[in-house]
Each structure stands twice: as C-alpha cells, then as structure tokens.
Ligand binder design. Sequence first.
Ligand code: F6P
Length: 326
Amino acid sequence: MSRIKKIGVLTSGGDAPGMNAAIRAVVRTAIFNKLEVVGINRGYEGLIKGDFEHMKSYDVSNIIQKGGTILGSARSQDFRSVEGRKKAHEQMLAAKMDALVVIGGDGTFSGARIFTQEYDIPVVGIPGTIDNDLYGTDYTIGFDTALNTVIDAVDKIRDTASAHNRLFFIEVMGRDAGFLALRSGIATGAEAILIPERQTHTKDLEKYLALGYKGHKNSGIVIVAEGDKSGGAYTIAGEIEKKHPEYDIRVSVLGHMQRGGAPSAFDRVTASTLGVAAVDALLDDQKSIMVGMVNGEVSHVPFNKTIKNKKKVKDSLITINDVLSI
Ligand code: F6P
C-alpha cells in the first residue's frame, strides 16, 4: 500500500497545448485510485502562497480540447530561493499534500529536483513544452500542436511570398532548441532552416538562396529558430538584404500564437497517457522522475538525467532538408 493519500498538480513555465488534457488525466487517475487531488494555481507561485483548490472529477470536464492551462502558469522567481521552497513545503504540510505532479519543461523539473533534495516529497514530472527539448522523451506535450500551428502559418505566408516573388525569414519559438524550426521547415519545404544546434554561415545561406530562391523558384522561406546564433530573423534578414539588395525580403515573427490553440489528437493522447503514468509512478513509490514517451512506450527518467543531458536534434533530419530544399 502506498503512503500517498493526497496529491497536488501544477503547471509551470511556458504553457503548452495539451496541459489541460494532462491535468484531467492526473485528476481522474488519482480519483480512480481513491486519492484526493489538489489543483495548485500558477505553478510554484501558488504552491508558495497556498493557492490551492480541491479537485473533483467534474472540475476537469470539458477541458481536454482546450489550449492554455486551467490552473494557470508562472515562471516563479521565489521558488528559486531556499525561503521560497521552505514556504512551499510548509503549505504542503498544512494542506496534508503527500506528493506532487508537475507539468512543464526543464526549469520546472530543475525546481522539482532541488525541492525533492531538500524535502522528502515524491515529485513526478510530465513534459509539457512546445520546444520538445527534454532529454529522455521523444515528445513533449504541446510540440505537435505548435508544429501544426507553425505549418499552417508558414503555408499561408508561402502563398503571398509566391505571389510577390519574395524571400521570407520566419522566426519560430525555441530559445535554446531547434526542434520546432527543423520539423516545421521540413514540413513546409523551407529553402533553409537556421537552428541553434548547427551553425549556418551566411555564405552557405547565400548559396542555398542563390540556388533555390534566385535560381528557379518564385519564393523563398527561411525558418529561423528564436535561439539561433544568427541573432534572430530580423538580424539575419538584414545581413542578407545588405548583400543582396535585389532580393525582396520580408520578416515574420510568429511569436506566442504558437503556444495557443486546441491541442492536436497526438498531444491529447500523449497527455492522457502521461497523466495516468505519472500518478501510477507515484503509487509505485517513484520520486524525482519524469515520465516520457520513447518509441511509443512510457519511459521513467530521473530528473537528474533529463536536466543534465541535452537532447540532440536528429542529424538525419538536417540532411533531409539539405537534400530536399534544392
Ligand atoms: O515555453 C517555451 C517557450 O515558448 C520558448 O520557446 C520561448 O523562448 C519562451 O517560451 C518564451 O517565454 P515567455 O512566454 O516567457 O516570453
């Protein structure tokens, strides 16, 4: 018999479509297993302030299809401090909460790891970020939806680019990672993709563009990951414009629209699977781990591992785009 009777669930960091589906799965799996569940508002901020609500099964009705997070999210500065985490622990004791499920990205898990080192609280993480940049899982919740949102936007930009024979630099999210840029670039037939994991010299980019955009095409799309070393879409577009005044260049930064919208079927199913797996893991006395998906199966990865290792982009995908963008 597990000693866990009451669990808390929170969403933290940048929201991602599918977080609601994960909350629903956590709440219902807990209730199914006769546990009490507490929803914690605004991530670790709410944990510190004791901003909790008791959750029943119907509280998560009708949310599987919704973007955002019904619990709200935050990037808590206070939880980075010893005093902040002490307050959070006191609030948990006062509410008789035995364990936590945290849904978020690497910042969320780093906070959880320190918390579990300082206090004997079992915490299980569910990967939720549109960046897909967590080691130990093939997919993070929200990535697939964001990818489809980007594709939809880029396809529309391609229409107008073709009509005017223009070259567009389109910036997509990904502060430290190019997963969204790489896959959306392949899926939209981008002429070039700039990601933080691989340096593309301006000279090489010019070569791609001379071949494609200026060679035989009536438009050009360069997908730029927000965190690319070129400094972002405006910077690299400016450089190319200086060297090629003959190019008709425009820039589009997609921004936070990439984080919203109804989650895709894939994200809903992944979120539901991982929500169930997270509660099961707590009932199995696991702590300080993330549940993820590897080759279609649930994986259990220690926070240490997922935080310390950097997920690699697939070289084969980079090659695929080099071949197909000519
Ligand atoms: O959640 C990840 C992410 O979307 C990154 O891709 C992006 O750099 C960042 O969040 C933006 O964060 P904020 O919403 O705090 O500006």
